[in-house]
Design a protein. Structure first.
Length: 134
C-alpha cells in the first residue's frame, strides 16, 4: 500500500486545529471535574477524560500524516463517533448515571453538537486521504 495523501494539508489543517481545541477543552474540563468533584458523577467525568484522550490521539495522528497515523486516526475517529452516539443516547435515557454533562452528553449539545459532527468530518477526510492499494 502506498502512503496516504497528507491528512495535515489543506482542509486537514483546519480539522487538526479543531481537534486540538477540543483536546484542550475536554482535557481541561475533565481535569477540573475529576480533581474537584469525581464523587458527584464519576461515570460522566471519566467519560469526559476518555473523550479528551480520543481527541488528543486523533489530533496527533491527523497531524503526523503517515500510514500508521492514518490507521490510528481512523480508529480514534471511529471510537469518537461510537462514543458520542452511545453516550449521547444513554445520557438521554439513563439520566441518573449522568447527573452532569460530559463532552458527549446529548450528542455534544453543550458544545454545539461539534462532538457529533467532528468525527464524521474526520472519517470523511480520512476516506479522501486513504492509502492506495497497489
Amino acid at each position: 500500500m502506498a502512503d496516504p495523501r497528507p491528512t495535515n494539508a489543506g482542509p486537514g489543517r483546519l480539522l487538526v486545529a479543531v481537534y486540538a481545541v477540543f483536546a484542550l477543552a475536554a482535557s481541561a474540563r475533565a481535569g477540573v471535574q475529576i480533581a474537584t468533584r469525581l464523587d458527584e458523577a464519576p461515570i460522566a467525568y471519566l467519560l469526559s477524560a476518555f473523550a479528551a484522550v480520543m481527541y488528543i490521539v486523533a489530533t496527533i495522528a491527523l497531524a503526523r500524516s503517515t500510514s500508521t497515523s492514518w490507521r490510528v486516526a481512523l480508529a480514534a475517529c471511529t471510537v469518537e463517533l461510537v462514543g458520542v452516539l452511545v453516550v449521547g443516547t444513554l445520557s438521554l435515557v439513563w439520566t441518573d448515571a449522568f447527573p452532569d454533562e460530559t463532552v458527549w452528553s446529548g450528542y455534544g449539545r453543550g458544545y454545539g453538537f461539534v462532538p457529533l459532527v467532528l468525527p464524521i468530518l474526520g472519517l470523511l477526510w480520512l476516506r479522501s486521504a486513504a492509502p492506495v492499494r497497489r
